[in-house]
Write a protein that binds this ligand. Structure first.
Ligand code: ADP
Ligand code: MG
Length: 281
């Protein structure tokens, strides 16, 4: 909690921004992410170093890179779980975590940050389901709290989502009665319950026993064609090859290369990408 609280301390003027404008005409496409010259320090360590990346609506971007390269930090900034030192992120033209007045960015107030976050689902490595709530109650909680749906609507939607992840029969089970793969599929359903434009996955299968990885990747593959913009940090190269529209390779807080799966996986240009792929393939 204290970490979340710290993030919400309002900062007055953050910094100057260049004079860009909201992109018109993108209304029918949800979930375009523009990451522009993002940098972030932890003490003297540069976790993100001038990262720029465009993610088109409804596409799948896979982020690869060695441990400590800044992948999680990048995902967290997309949800404003992490403040940035410079640069900015926009989703469908709206600044993430800030509002623009003139050429200055002001950090949003807590309620506005929370509202903005409802557009971005987040799936963690360790599922993070509420242990004291049933599967159904885990899924209906957020849309009811955010007053997006009535309880009845939320329950209907939850059953649709349980069908999507193949777990309708587990509606009344508690997380402790589910396998890791099932818990992660419920965590995905829960994140989808807010009808997000963007879904972020941070190593969604790395806490799972190998035989459970496939069922979670299959659910993510299903989402890939659903119109939601997906950003997935993973070491599952086979999955990346199958579903990624774009693969981004990070080292030391920088994007060292990006491109299609065949560009990055079959013809990597950077020596760090090549040595990484040799290790994981
Ligand atoms: P990855 O997800 O690629 O393994 P991270 O984004 O978690 O990398 O971390 C990038 C770097 O930033 C690492 O060196 C990590 O130790 C550091 N880092 C991440 N979060 C924090 C934090 N809250 N405080 C201090 N250092 C951090
Ligand atoms: Mg990480």
């Amino acid at each position: 909690m204290s970490e979340a609280f710290d993030l919400f301390v309002p900062q007055p003027v953050l910094r100057q921004v260049e004079n860009t404008h909201r992109q018109p005409g993108a209304d029918n496409q949800r979930g375009r992410i523009e990451i522009s010259h993002l940098s972030k320090h932890f003490a003297s360590h540069k976790a993100l170093d001038d990262v720029s990346l465009t993610i088109e609506p409804g596409t799948v971007t896979v982020i690869l890179g060695p441990s400590g390269s800044g992948k999680s930090t990048l995902l967290r900034t997309i949800n404003h779980l992490e403040r940035v030192d410079s640069g900015h992120i926009r989703i469908d033209g709206d600044y993430v975590g800030y509002q623009r007045k003139g050429n200055k960015l002001y950090e949003l107030k807590e309620h506005a940050i929370l509202k903005q976050r409802t557009h971005v689902g987040y799936v963690f490595q360790n599922f993070n389901l509420f242990p004291h709530l049933s599967v159904l109650d885990n899924i209906i909680e957020a849309p009811i709290v955010h007053r997006l749906l009535t309880r009845k609507q939320a329950i209907e939607r939850a059953y649709e989502l349980l069908d999507t992840v193949g777990l309708r029969a587990k509606a009344n089970a508690y997380p402790r009665h589910l396998s890791g793969g099932q818990q992660q599929r419920i965590a995905i359903a829960r994140a989808l319950a807010l009808n997000p434009k963007v879904m972020l996955f941070d190593e969604p299968t790395s806490a799972l026993d190998p035989e459970l990885v496939g069922e979670v990747l299959d659910v993510i593959k299903k989402l890939a064609s659903s119109g939601v913009t997906l950003v997935v940090v993973t070491h599952e190269i086979g999955f990346a090859r199958q579903v990624a529209d774009q693969i981004v390779f990070m080292v030391d807080g920088k994007i060292v290369e990006s491109g299609t799966a065949s560009q990055v996986l079959d013809a990597p240009r950077h020596s760090r990408t090549r040595s990484f792929l040799e290790k994981v393939l």
